[in-house]
Design a protein around this ligand. Sequence first.
Ligand SMILES: Nc1ncnc2c1ncn2[C@@H]1O[C@H](COP(=O)(O)OP(=O)(O)OP(=O)(O)O)[C@@H](O)[C@H]1O
Length: 340
Amino acid sequence: MTATPEREEVLRLDGLVMHFGPVRAVDGVDLIVHRGEVVALVGESGSGKSTVGRCIVRLTEPTDGTVTLGGTDVTHLGRRALRAVREDVSIVFQDPAGSLDPRMLVGDVVAEPLRLQKVGRDERRRRVDEVLGKVGLRPEVAGRYPHELSGGQRQRVSLARALVSTPALLVADEPTSALDVSVQASVLNLLADLQRDLGFACLFITHDLSAVEYLADSVAVMYLGQVVEHGTREQVFARPSHPYTQSLLAAAPVADPVAQRARPRVVLGDDLPSAIDPPSGCRFHTRCPVAVERCSTQEPVLRDLGGHKVACHLVADDGTPPDVTAASTMSTSPLPERTP
Ligand SMILES: Nc1ncnc2c1ncn2[C@@H]1O[C@H](COP(=O)(O)OP(=O)(O)OP(=O)(O)O)[C@@H](O)[C@H]1O
């Protein structure tokens, strides 16, 4: 008998909420990442992506909702219990210089997760050598300090540290955006190769939609603390359904100018509204070219339309998205990005 096995959930967020005082950074996020799956989390600066990542690795304790890792609810675990969980999930940050302790030798930085897990010294050394090789660094690098390395090499060290304990899930928060453009591609390629070889699941937080197209199995789009669309890469790129997703894709440069012209032109006028007092109804209605009255009063739920989820009143039950091209006239602008 060959019943199709349910795909195992490595991560599950249910109604995740993270408020910083009045700032509603994350405001009810549901998200599932399956074993070995790469889920891209995209959206403008300030939409709450990093905060979601930080809640997952429990760098911050969520205000509400649950974080489930490998079947264990880790939302409110104490320090000691968290340590065990940290073997299963790692994070890589945008800025490798800021996230590596400058006083520690690279070998010790990479070995630290193993030390916390009480792995013996010889085994630690063996695994550090092995993982440095995997990220394309020579073993001698273990005896150097982070500041002696280039930005790209430092990000390789961050990846080595994140992967040395063979986690089931890697949260990669803008892992290439602080790097020199010339090395971004090599680090992205490395991440893709490592993911293929080691098979970890990855929540890939990024502004870079071409990287999403290259790396991700599925794409979740965040707007003002909520997920407004989630589907496979093909679903989201071939038929972006939420007007916000349509505008993000329209603003992104694509290699093929013909494809670029064929994309709907929508422009995100104005800045992202404040997360302190988000708009009523659909949070995007203040910037949406096709909003109707209902959008300002009634909050849309994230509906599952054949595995492609979207939170928009104007998407038909058969998945037909609203025609934003008819409503918008202006040219494209680049995806807004906060400079570090
Ligand atoms: N520790 C904090 N205290 C107060 N407000 C915070 C804190 N961390 C994040 N915020 C606010 O929460 C909102 C979401 O921020 P977050 O960094 O998660 O967004 P983001 O989508 O990751 O943006 P970026 O792409 O720029 O990193 C923003 O309004 C931000 O100012």
